[in-house]
Structure formats: C-alpha cells, structure tokens
Design a protein around this ligand. Sequence first.
Ligand SMILES: [Ca+2]
Ligand SMILES: [Ca+2]
Ligand SMILES: [Ca+2]
Ligand SMILES: [Ca+2]
Length: 406
Amino acid sequence: MGHRLRRSLAAIAGLVLAGTGLTSVAATPAVAAVEDCPEGYFCVWSNPTVTGPLRKLNKSVADLGSWDGKVRSYTNRSSYFVCLYDEKNYDASGGYWAEEPAKPYEVYYEGLSGSTSSVKFVRTERECAETAYPWWASATSPRAAGFGDLNGDRRADVVARDKAGRLWLAPGDGTGRLIGTGGWNAMNALTRHGDFSRDGREDVVAREAATGRLWLYPGTGSGGLGARKLIGKGGWNGMNGITALGDLTGDGRSDLAAVEKSTGRLYLYPGTSTGALGSRRLVGTGGWNAMNALTGAGDVNGDGRPDLYARESSTGKLWLYPGRSGALGGRVLVGAGGWNAMTDLVAVGDFSGDGRPDLAAVTNGRLQDGYADSPGSLVTYAGLGDGRLAAGERTDGNWDGLGEFC
Ligand SMILES: [Ca+2]
Ligand SMILES: [Ca+2]
Ligand SMILES: [Ca+2]
Ligand SMILES: [Ca+2]
C-alpha cells in the first residue's frame, strides 16, 4: 500500500477554516486552492501543498494518463469512497488507499513522490479490492428446505446488507445481485425464514430503528423483494433477537420469536393467514437476556419441528432449543465455547447438499481456537442431523466491511 500521510487543512495551513465564524487569519493560497474543489468532486493537485495544477474528478479513471504518478495531494468532497491505486485499471495488488467520503477540509499527501495510477469511486470501502457482496457458495440440496432459498433453486442464499445500506443477494454460486438499492441502514434487525405472506415464497422481515415498526418484504420468488407491508405497528424496539424461525405452531405458517428486553422473556409471534402476526405467546419464561444471538436454523434434529440455536453471552456457548408443538424443549449444548468470536450467525438451510440444515458464522476477530482470528472470515458448520454441528471450516476470508447478514 502506498505510503500516505493525513493532515487536516487547519494543521498544514495554520488556519481556522472559513465559514466557521472563527476565521481571524487571511486565507493563504493553499486554502484558496482547496476551496477550488467543488462539492461532489475528488480533487488532486500536482504539488504536495494543495497548489499547482488541479484536476477535478467525479467518476472513476482507469488510467490517469498525464497525471499518472503526479498526484501529490488531494481532497475528497464527493459522497463516495475514493480508491487510489498504485497500478492502473484499479488493480489492488500493487497497493491502494481508500479515502473516506465527504472530508472536504482534510488534505492528504502522497509523500515525496506520487504513486497513484488509477482512481475509483465506490460506495463502500471494501469495493476498492472486493465485490460489494460476500463470496458465498452453496450446494444444491436434495429437497426444498422451505427456507433459506429466495429464488427457489434449492440452493441456500445469503442476503447481505452493505455499509451503504444496500441489500445484496448471494445465490450460492459466488456471484451477487443487488436486491435493495438503499435505505436498509434504517433497519436495525433483519431476519428471514420461510414464507410469511402465504405465497410459498420466502420473505424478509425488518425492524425500522426510528419507529420500532416491523416490516414484511415479500419475496418475489426470483430472489428479489416486493413492496413492503407493515406487520408490526410499533414497540418492536423493546425486543431483542427478532428471529424468524419457521412453523413452530404447526399450522403451516412461519412464526417469529423475540426476547422482551425488560423481562428477558421469549415470545412467539405466530404467522397468520393474512400475513400479519397473531397474538404473541410466551415460550421462554425468563433468562433470555443472557443470550446475545438467536437463529432459526430449521429442523436441525430431524423431528419435523423447527429448532432454535442461541448463544450465551457470558460463556460463548451455543445451545440448541428443540422445537416442540408451539413451544421449546429443554436445551442441549452443541457448542462448548468460542462462539463469541462470531459477529453473525447465518442459518440459511442446507448448503452442504446433504439435506440437513447447516450453520454459517462470520468471525469478529476475537480469540478463536486459541489464536486471534481476523475479522470477516466465514466459517461453515455442517449440520449432523441430530442438532449437533461438525467442526467449523474456514471457507472465505472476505466477509469483512459489510453490515448484517440474514
Ligand atoms: Ca437459492
Ligand atoms: Ca412470501
Ligand atoms: Ca426439530
Ligand atoms: Ca447440510
């Protein structure tokens, strides 16, 4: 990666910025040059003090041409991350720098010699060197699981929210497709498990942070999402661990579970024929605040009822709560510890291709297996059919720099 130093304009110019009402020093030529960069642009200068020839950019340039290696200082007034590559054609292998959006009064130096050969505008930092979506592979399951598959091809799909608030479908062949163009950062819970709208297609449920409302985004059956429908008028900010978990009540409709923060009680919200949620019922009398992750992994023990995995925050243990008729049975330990090293637990059905539901997790960089792990590694756990999981396999290391998964 090219060596670059970050300096605020005030630091290099020794000034209080114009427009703050505190200006007491006349602008120097350097300040005038920075202010020549219009809002919405990424500007580069050929001198290291924001002076000399200026080039204004508002779109990616694969080859800077006469400016190749000449960029000595720059500022970003665009709303994009700007990737500065040492190689042409956005080749990250030679090193790059990702500049944050909208830092209009910060100026950056390239050191004694410029090294930038190409510049790319992207929405999220990870796109400087990676795809916007995570790399996800899933095998075709011998039978439809009834969940985890948004496009009906019997391959488990992952939905990923990126840092820019877009939603991506990763259908299991290593590709990704945009299914939500923006605004998803307004949601602070995402979950999906089967069909709520009664059309046989899997749906997504999301909680809106500002209002505590719960929204149903009906799946189109081809991987996309249709117009949303309100299924919870408010109060959902009082709940933790909102988890679609499948049909626990046995009426063929997918249900939702959530923990009431004030009491630690686990409630089941049964799906109904209208797509709305029915009256909640108590399925866990207390203590559920001790859990910091819930996931509805499907029928992992093969008795026909959907089950729930929960992670205990104080111990990092993973517990299985087997589904009963409209209730949960006594818990069984399936992970003796270490699960706090995971940011996300992703349960999207069978992705190993043996018909048994599996579990995936994304590391958060905490200690794992006795050594510090890097954040953003995907670890997959094949379901054994009796609720237990095979040892985790590290599958891909590029699940970092993303938001939530479901
Ligand atoms: Ca699929
Ligand atoms: Ca549906
Ligand atoms: Ca079960
Ligand atoms: Ca499997």
